[in-house]
Design a protein around this ligand. Structure first.
Ligand SMILES: NC(=O)C1=CN([C@@H]2O[C@H](COP(=O)(O)OP(=O)(O)OC[C@H]3O[C@@H](n4cnc5c(N)ncnc54)[C@H](OP(=O)(O)O)[C@@H]3O)[C@@H](O)[C@H]2O)C=CC1
Ligand SMILES: CC(=O)N[C@@H](CCC(=O)OP(=O)(O)O)C(=O)O
Length: 344
């Protein structure tokens, strides 16, 4: 299978190269960039020095001639301008950005402050939360790979709301991300001396992942929900930890909560429900496609608590995108993703 990557000079794109070059069914036939076109990829990323490809300017006809599948790992507002031309030429697409995740154009406009695709194309896109929408992903020609925060949050939350173990009206998600979640472009918000030994909440109540999470809870439960979601920037490179709080329904105990997680992910190779009482940590999944989860019950306040961790660049981006490719192609879900976590 011939694949091309647009945005290969970014963190998500580089991580796709790292994973796909070892994938037994895949050949990377082209990598496209933006401002760094013309350079060898190894010059942009010395850790990929044995990958002998040059970064090229993107052209849809060229990509369609050279690839069966194109991954787009571009900033918000870009992929919706290139994917229609690829689909018209019969190329299947997996988009790592937010452009095709929300079903309503107006919602995207409101939360991203940009334009995106026509609603017919948004309807055609399958939301690639692989553990929950496998059947739809199998037949898809356009997959919207989930956001990093929604991946961790939804994997933890969906089993509880689906089984009706918690009230829908008071869900709070407190999430922390490493700085690579902000991408490679330098900026004041990610400047070492301002991030190091610092901890900050940001985009309180206005983060663009809020409608994605709400839309997906509704898709699974049929019920409208409003989530409080507060992201934080943590002075580490990779990793997301989401702590989800919700009022448990009467009679619900930690055993019920954990049983719901175990049942939801019994045959899912990348979700690991930890033994009772064990708190997942970001280093337990670093560099891997795992999401580690556990549920707890705060009996004093009646709150269910779920802790979920992922590597934002793997399960939160490139790893989940490869998982989606495997499912689209009917290959084993784990192909090319046998990555043990790096510890410590
Ligand atoms: N980082 C993460 O943990 C996650 C990221 N995502 C999403 O994935 C996408 C990529 O993220 P990430 O890799 O972190 O971002 P980066 O900023 O690291 O990389 C963005 C890439 O897109 C290219 N690019 C920038 N502008 C344009 C343009 N106008 N047209 C074509 N290409 C362009 C950049 O090229 P150049 O070299 O010129 O800058 C670079 O290759 C984003 O939408 C992000 O929100 C999703 C989940 C997790
Ligand atoms: C730490 C950090 O800044 N994280 C980014 C993650 C954004 C992202 O991945 O964007 P989309 O999924 O919407 O494309 C943020 O919070 O905006």
């Amino acid at each position: 299978m011939r694949v091309a990557i647009l945005g290969a000079t970014g963190y998500g794109g580089a991580e796709l190269v790292r994973l796909l070059r070892r994938h037994p069914e895949v050949t990377i036939t082209a990598v496209y960039g933006h401002s760094q076109s013309g350079k060898p990829l190894a010059e942009v990323f010395p850790h990929l020095m044995d990958v002998d490809v040059e970064v090229e300017p993107f052209d849809a006809s060229d990509a369609a001639a050279r690839a069966d599948v194109v991954f787009t790992a571009t900033p918000a507002g870009v992929s919706h301008t290139v994917i229609p031309a690829l689909l018209e030429r019969g190329v299947r697409c997996i988009d790592l950005s937010g452009d095709f995740r929300l079903k309503r154009r107006e919602t995207y406009r409101q939360w991203y402050g940009k334009e995106t695709a026509e609603e017919a194309l948004l309807a055609r896109a399958v939301y690639g939360l692989a553990e929950w929408f496998a059947d739809a992903v199998r037949g898809a020609d356009l997959v919207a790979n989930p956001g990093c925060y929604p991946t961790a949050t939804l994997l933890g939350l969906l089993p509880l709301v689906k089984e009706g173990l918690v009230e829908d009206d008071d869900i709070v998600v407190d999430a922390k991300s490493g700085v690579s979640g902000a991408g490679r472009s330098p900026g004041l918000a990610t400047h070492f001396s301002e991030v190091n030994e610092n901890l900050t909440a940001y985009k309180i109540g206005v983060h663009q992942h809020i409608p994605e999470m709400e839309q997906t809870v509704t898709a699974v439960t049929g019920r409208a929900v409003r989530l409080t979601f507060i992201p934080h920037l943590v002075p580490m490179t990779r990793g997301i930890l989401a702590t989800i709080y919700a009022r448990a329904k009467a009679g619900v105990t930690e055993r019920h909560l954990r049983e719901a997680l175990v049942a939801a992910y019994a045959d899912k190779p990348f979700v690991r429900v930890r033994p009772a009482g064990v708190v997942p940590r970001t280093k337990d999944v670093y560099g891997s496609n795992y999401c580690d989860l556990n549920a707890f019950f705060d009996a004093r306040t009646g709150r269910a608590v779920v802790v979920a961790v992922i590597d934002n660049l793997v399960k939160g981006a490139a790893g989940q995108a490869v998982q989606n490719l495997n499912m689209m192609m009917g290959w084993p879900e784990t192909l090319g993703l046998d990555l043990g976590p790096v510890f410590p």
